[in-house]
Design a binder for this molecule. Structure first.
Ligand code: URA
Length: 382
């Protein structure tokens, strides 16, 4: 029995041919509002959102993340089943959200809005920097409040089972964020155009204090003919320096060869230090490049977040992009360089900030992963 459409649907362009109608469901006191795309067949028949196969998957994932029906309100961008089960058109989305969803959001006033899938993501974050599989789990500011998207359960069902665990991890983060509507304070203290003195002072500080740091390099070319564009170092969730060697287009960055040599020599001294703790995400690329270029590393000084994360969460991806999405509150920045056509063409400022972000993301991921290892009592064995 399809639910009767309210009279306000009459002016919608698909009103004569769509099916069913379902408002949102759940307590209006819920702090989390999940917003899907449109009704499926079963939802249209029952007049309730997320009651079909994918709906049950979503409810199971919510349960695994420690969220019960009292915690969330479920609804859709479009309240009916569009003709032919097609993705709703922007005119239909505009009409339906103006008529229903906007009021629903104001009425429930959740602390976190969770777009479920790409259609809902594009509605809340029209300028999203990438598709849903890339930006899921990241925190966005929207005029309607704090937004943290997840993939649609139908995507998980369509041959992407690894996204089950990823979505549960995202929902756990959403649960943590549900207690407040405020956005994380994002602080970046990056030095992206250091003088030689600033480079030497930073390296001296790291060597003398034994402060834990993360590093990352950006390169041009292939292994046999590789050029280091820059080397970044981060020693807190906010503090990083990018030590550049090449500028946009591949031109030298330092004033002269002597300065370049001094910066490189200081980095060699740092990496060879005995009293240091270096973190990398996936040292199988960066370390061999630097070793080929003459740098030396002491085995006991290097830890790898990729391996650490594999130990505590084998079933999840371990790329830095993924670790950033679950362990940091940083903006999605992974597309920043690509949109300029790659490393060679990105403006210096963009590439160097990207390098620093990779470093602070690695630094933050390390703290969380090693803490989790301690809690799981596997730290000593790892
Ligand atoms: N898919 C959605 O996006 N919403 C539902 O309610 C059901 C399936």
């Amino acid at each position: 029995m399809a639910y009767t459409k309210p009279p306000s649907c009459a002016l919608c362009s698909v009103a004569p041919v769509n099916q069913g109608f379902a408002f949102g469901e759940g307590p209006t006191t819920a702090r989390i509002m999940l917003v899907g795309e449109a009704l499926g067949e079963q939802e249209a028949n029952e007049g309730r959102p997320f009651v079909g196969g994918t709906g049950r998957m979503l409810r199971m994932m919510l349960h695994q993340a420690g969220l019960g029906p009292a915690d969330y309100y479920l609804t859709n961008v479009v309240k009916c089943r569009p003709p032919g089960n097609a993705t709703p058109k922007s005119t239909e989305i505009d009409f339906c959200t103006r008529t229903y969803l906007n009021q629903e959001v104001s009425h429930v006033s959740p602390n976190v809005i969770v777009p479920v899938g790409d259609t809902a993501l594009r509605h809340f974050i029209p300028g999203a920097p990438a598709g849903i599989t890339m930006v899921r789990g990241h925190i966005f500011a929207s005029p309607m409040g704090k937004v943290i998207p997840i993939v649609h359960p139908s995507f998980v069902a369509r041959g992407n089972p690894e996204f089950w665990a990823i979505t549960v991890a995202d929902l756990k983060r959403i649960k943590e964020h549900a207690s407040s509507s405020s956005l994380p304070v994002r602080l970046e203290r990056f030095n992206i155009s250091p003088t030689l003195k600033e480079v030497l002072d930073t390296i001296k500080m790291l060597l003398e204090t034994g402060t834990e740091f993360a590093f990352d390099i950006e390169t041009l070319g292939e292994r046999e003919n590789i050029n280091v564009i820059c080397i970044g170092l981060a020693w807190s969730p906010h503090d990083a320096i990018c030590i550049p060697f090449l500028r946009r287009g591949g031109y030298p960055s330092w004033l002269n060869e002597w300065e370049e040599f001094k910066a490189w020599e200081a980095l060699c001294r740092l990496f060879e230090g005995d009293n240091i703790k270096i973190t990398q995400n996936g040292f199988t690329f960066d370390l061999p490049v630097l070793i080929d270029l003459g740098m030396k590393f002491k085995r006991h000084t290097v830890v790898d977040t990729l391996i650490g994360h594999h130990v505590i969460a084998t079933e999840l991806p371990h790329s830095l992009a993924f670790l950033t999405s679950i362990y940091t509150e940083m903006d999605y920045y992974k597309g920043d360089v690509k949109k300029f056509g790659g490393m060679l063409w990105a403006p210096d400022e963009v590439l160097r900030n990207y390098n620093c972000r990779d470093c602070v993301a690695t630094w933050q991921a390390k703290q969380h992963i090693w803490q989790e290892m301690k809690e799981l009592n596997i730290y000593e064995k790892a």
